[in-house]
Ligand binder design. Structure first.
Ligand SMILES: Cc1ncc(COP(=O)(O)O)c(C=O)c1O
Length: 350
């Protein structure tokens, strides 16, 4: 089966041109990125800028050490990638053979299916069918018994909810294959899978610098796992997909986790304010442990998204033939951006 292609979102410049506004008036509620500009980055990147004539050290030792220190692991338990996205694709390349079965609860992050199919595997979807899209634990544990790889997104994108620790433990115990926990939004939640890579040798945990660390443009993530699994991932990794500038920025960010924790606290408080605003205009807001909120808007969700786009407010909409056709997803941004969004929604819905 041919792998579906990833659907790119329109660029900020394209949206601004279509709306007849300047790019700085466009508010990206669709990317789950941080609203805080990286004013610290020029200083952190500075020294790396004068040696760009050379390749970055292909083993990315400094980045492994920085991630290992933050997580209380050894550098041999870490492999860096150009974002968690690259690591999802590398997991497919390293661990899925032709005809292998990989399973995930859906709706979920689309790259798991793409990675599985690109590797020649078979993707099995286990739909979450409750009104809140609660994780279908029993069905997933049953499916895990025959799976070569189990993709787990917790906290989940696009829903925002978490898979309980008991369920993840049960998935790990149920399968003879590998469990990949994509924890891209872990910092916004309470669950943490890091220490379990010490005890479970069929577990890989993925992290990213794109969300809580606010470095989406630098493209850095890392995988944690048993050194044998990490060696397998390293074996299929391109030698230099992370630039020297990105390495410098990522090491600075990983070394400043207190500052990350402050922005996470601000984001979580702002998430509660945004949820109240969205509820005040009549939307059903699902519980979230991430930096975004999924809302039930109704059958006119796509129309509303279009109207918002027309004034430079970009919501994430979902395929018209899928379970989230009546929903929109909004990233937590600044109080000013939230005010603009709620006022515009009031106008569209009123
Ligand atoms: C669940 C999940 N995994 C991975 C990614 C990609 O992260 P990165 O920017 O590190 O490639 C995203 C980005 O939205 C995501 O939501």
């Amino acid at each position: 089966m041919k792998a579906p292609t990833y659907q790119w979102q329109p660029t900020t410049a394209e949206i601004a041109a279509a709306a007849g506004i300047s790019p700085d008036q466009v508010e990206r509620f669709d990317h789950n990125t941080s609203p805080f500009p990286t004013e610290w980055a020029p200083t952190a990147a500075g020294p790396s800028l004068s040696s760009l004539n050379e390749y970055p050290g292909a083993d990315y030792r400094t980045l492994r050490i920085a991630a290992a220190e933050l997580n209380g692991l050894e550098p041999e338990q870490i492999v860096p990638g150009a974002g968690a996205d690259e690591l999802i694709l590398l997991c497919g390349r390293a661990f899925i053979d032709r005809g292998d079965n990989a399973v995930a609860a859906t709706p979920t992050y689309p790259l798991y299916e793409i990675s599985t199919l690109q590797a020649g595997g078979v993707f099995q979807s286990v739909p979450a069918t409750s009104p809140d899209f609660a994780y279908p634990s029993d069905q997933m544990i049953r499916a895990a018994r025959d799976a070569d790889l189990v993709w787990v997104c917790t906290p989940s994108n696009p829903i925002g909810n978490v898979v309980t620790a008991d369920t993840v433990e049960a998935l790990i115990a149920a399968t003879d294959g590998l469990v990949v926990v994509d924890a891209a939004y872990a910092e916004f939640s309470t669950g943490d899978w890091t220490e379990r890579v010490e005890t479970h040798h069929n577990l890989i945990v993925l992290r990213t610098l794109s969300k809580a660390f606010g470095l989406a443009g630098a493209r850095v993530g890392y995988a944690m796992g048993h050194p044998d699994l990490i060696a397998d991932l390293d074996g299929v990794r391109p030698p230099g997909s992370i630039s020297s500038v990105s390495v410098a920025l990522a090491c600075a960010a990983l070394g400043a986790s207190t500052s990350m924790e402050k922005t996470v606290a601000t984001t979580v408080a702002a998430r509660n304010d945004l949820a109240s605003g969205l509820q005040s205009v009549g939307l059903r807001v699902l519980t979230s442990e991430t930096n975004f909120l999924l809302c039930e808007v109704g059958p006119n969700a796509h129309d509303i998204a279009q109207q918002l786009m027309g004034v430079g407010l970009v919501a994430r909409k979902f395929p018209a033939d899928g379970p989230l056709r009546d929903y929109l997803r909004f990233t937590v941004r600044t109080p000013e951006a939230h005010k603009r969004l709620i006022a515009e929604l009031e106008r569209c819905l009123g």
